[in-house]
Design a protein around this ligand. Structure first.
Ligand SMILES: [Zn+2]
Ligand SMILES: [Zn+2]
Length: 248
């Protein structure tokens, strides 16, 4: 008897559509072990990130805006993107630009629940972003219902991989009340409104804390989270993400 064929949907195509919303992601992780691995960005090769896509990831290791981490022609304290904006974090740094293979990897990461990708992403972060001087790492909490469905919260998975690499404890300091709407598919302005009062501190943060998220887009989410961390007692919040939107 032939084994049933299992097709893997292309990156970014929701697993819900493929398996139905009630699909057991525990079983999917088992499949991950059994099936040959494919690159999460291009679907080829035998590695989670193939050499070609790895080379096409745009590392943000040049000169940056000291505050928001946007790539700049020369070092600046504030850049066009963040000047005049009220940002509650002290700095934000990302490993790669959120375009090309990074986009596909992040989409595949969330939808396919690929825990091993968090390990790959942490490797990129450690390679590009200097170790934070914060006392502990925390993460942007996932929406309770959505992270259950997906089997994991991307930001937490990344933080848990980064902690041991930087020798820092990982602490759950924030929760996201259930009424928060997902940020995906919202406009810039809608995102800003949506994240206001979204987070609640569940523990006292250390004086200096690093806040981990998967992608920095407008900075609205991490600003809301950092505001709450500071309200709860943190003096500075340093944001660390795998990828960052880079405006042209
Ligand atoms: Zn690839
Ligand atoms: Zn900036």
């Amino acid at each position: 008897m032939r084994a049933p064929e299992v097709a893997i949907p292309p990156p970014g195509e929701g697993m819900d559509r493929f398996f139905g919303p009630a699909f057991d992601f525990g079983a999917l992780r088992l499949l991950d072990l059994v099936l040959p691995r494919r690159c999460g960005a291009c679907g080829l090769g035998e590695e989670l990130v193939c050499a070609d896509c790895r080379g096409r990831l745009r590392r943000l290791d040049g000169t940056l805006c000291a505050r928001c981490g946007a790539p700049t022609a020369w070092p600046v304290a504030r850049c066009r993107e963040c000047a005049g904006r009220r940002l509650s974090f002290a700095s934000a740094r990302a490993a790669v630009a959120y375009d090309g293979p990074a986009r596909a990897l992040v989409a595949g990461w969330k939808d396919r629940g690929l825990r091993p990708l968090a390990r790959e992403f942490a490797g990129f972060v450690v390679e590009v972003v200097p170790r934070t001087s914060a006392h502990a790492l925390t993460f942007v909490p996932g929406d309770a219902e959505r992270s259950l469905k997906r089997g994991q919260n991307a930001a937490e998975a990344l933080a848990r991989e980064l902690g041991p690499r930087w020798g820092l404890p990982v602490e759950r300091l924030l929760s996201r009340p259930e009424h928060g709407r997902p940020q995906r598919g919202l406009s810039r302005e809608e995102r800003r409104k949506n994240v206001r009062n979204t987070f609640t501190a569940v523990a006292r943060p250390p004086v200096h804390v690093a806040l981990v998220d998967d992608v920095y887009t407008t900075g609205a989410t991490v600003t809301a989270a950092a505001t709450e961390l500071r309200r709860a007692g943190a003096r500075s919040v340093h944001v660390v993400t795998f990828a960052r939107t880079v405006r042209r």
